[in-house]
Design a protein around this ligand. Sequence first.
Ligand code: VG1
Ligand code: CO
Length: 538
Amino acid sequence: MIENIKTTPYTDQKMGTAGLRKKSKVVMQPNYFENFVQSIFNVIKPAGKTYVVGGDGRFYNDTAIQKLIKIAAANGVKKLIIGQNGYMSTPASSNMILKRHTDGGFVLTASHNPGGENGDFGIKFATATGGQCSGQVSDEIFEQSKTINEYKILQADDIKLDQLGTQKLENMEIEIVDPIKDYIELMEHIFDFNAIKKLFQNGFTMCFDAMNAVTGPYAIEIFENILGAAKGSVLNATPKKDFGGLHPDPNLVYATELVNLMFGNNAPDFGAANDGDGDRNMILGKKFFVTPSDSLAILTDNYALIPAYKNGIFGVAKSMATSTAVARVASAHNIGYYEVPTGWKYFVNLMDSKRITFCGEESFGTGSSHIREKDGIWAVLFWLNIIAASGKSVEQITREHWAKYGRSYYMRFDFDGIPTDVANDLVQNLEQKLPPLNGQSKGEFKIKLAEVFTYNDPVDHSSTSNGMRILMEDGSRIVFRLSGTSSSGATLRVYLEKLEHSNFNADPREMVDGLLQIAMDIAEIEARTGKKQADITT
Ligand code: VG1
Ligand code: CO
């Protein structure tokens, strides 16, 4: 029986850079999740349509997914395609949306944010493009959520999510699918699995840290079972509701077990990690870290080594905050190059219109037009394929890249937990201070351009402002922006890039120090936030 439940709206259901992200306890408030899902349905009119449902298995996934199923049934959804036990990574969900031509999909995840009752929960909503909905759609959903007074839900028993195959819930069909199989098929079509198998047969060693999140089963199947990496190559392979207490963000700060291994004396040849929902990646060699910005540039430069891309690629895009390393590669290969605001949704139109093949972000995100989300395992396979085809180590590949294109020393400084009004004032103040800085000198740098970054989408002609940048005459850059994924308070991100053409062995922290002083000074960070230094540096 369908019930219409009276409800009162919450006022904080605005999606950020990637979906809605809140403290688990906020989402667990009465009707909070139901309101949000009904607000989406009020906008997208789901009757007769088909959606994919995935999740990273975090705390509250099981409860939320049952609610989602029953609200979908009550709203006339024709069919849901759900990953077994409610698990499906963000990239695998994007693939499923495209492969099965569905009208969109949901991934229950707060991505790289910690999980558990005291952690975060979240929902990513994708359209038929396979990518997350546009800012315009999320604005409409937000408007709905502020006035919603009723949602529809089917009163029914919980659905068994462990049984593969099709079942019915009233008039809605539910197909429980293996979340891994179709994704692996896609990867086999892109990369040279035989070459990678040979690499492992010849004794190559790797370690992949799944961080107790969704990619564990994918990684075991792909790297150990299919490609032949030694058993035990995948660390933290069992998805846990609280990620075993880990912060599933693949960077040098949080992936400590992997980092200790890769910088220790018995390091394997190759190391990698993924985040909670499997769309981020970190790449390491023996005692060697590849910045995500360099990784994007290196993958692009080596496209011809990969079966799916060897006949040529369209252009490449990066988020504005990402280093300019890939711009130099695009120019050398004479392909299109785009700079978009932070967030994968801005790449979707560029991929759909065949302007770009590859794209990436400094925040450990890399991907291509094979789907419409960033893809952690894809990036790892790309590196393994380059290594197999070139016979070179991670360090060698990266050093040769620097020798050819120069090195963008790059670091990101995050100032966390700033009261929202303080952060907003800081940004407003900065926006006014920037234009007069054009042409001025600061320390060793001459400022070429200081501005608010505005992106005009060449496809839908929408315009988005996000972040501020100061470009120096020597190619160095300072970027400021507020995070759109924090579940409480504000995070100010300061991104620094220093371009070097011959000095490749310096300490990145020392290299960007001059820029950091300028950034702290211009944004009045200490005076306004009381913080002398960043909370997290990646
Ligand atoms: C962060 C990253 C951004 C990324 C987003 C979603 O956003 O900076 O590059 O696209 O997370 O990643 P923000 O607004 O906090 O800087 V994921 O892996 O959480 O979907
Ligand atoms: Co993620």
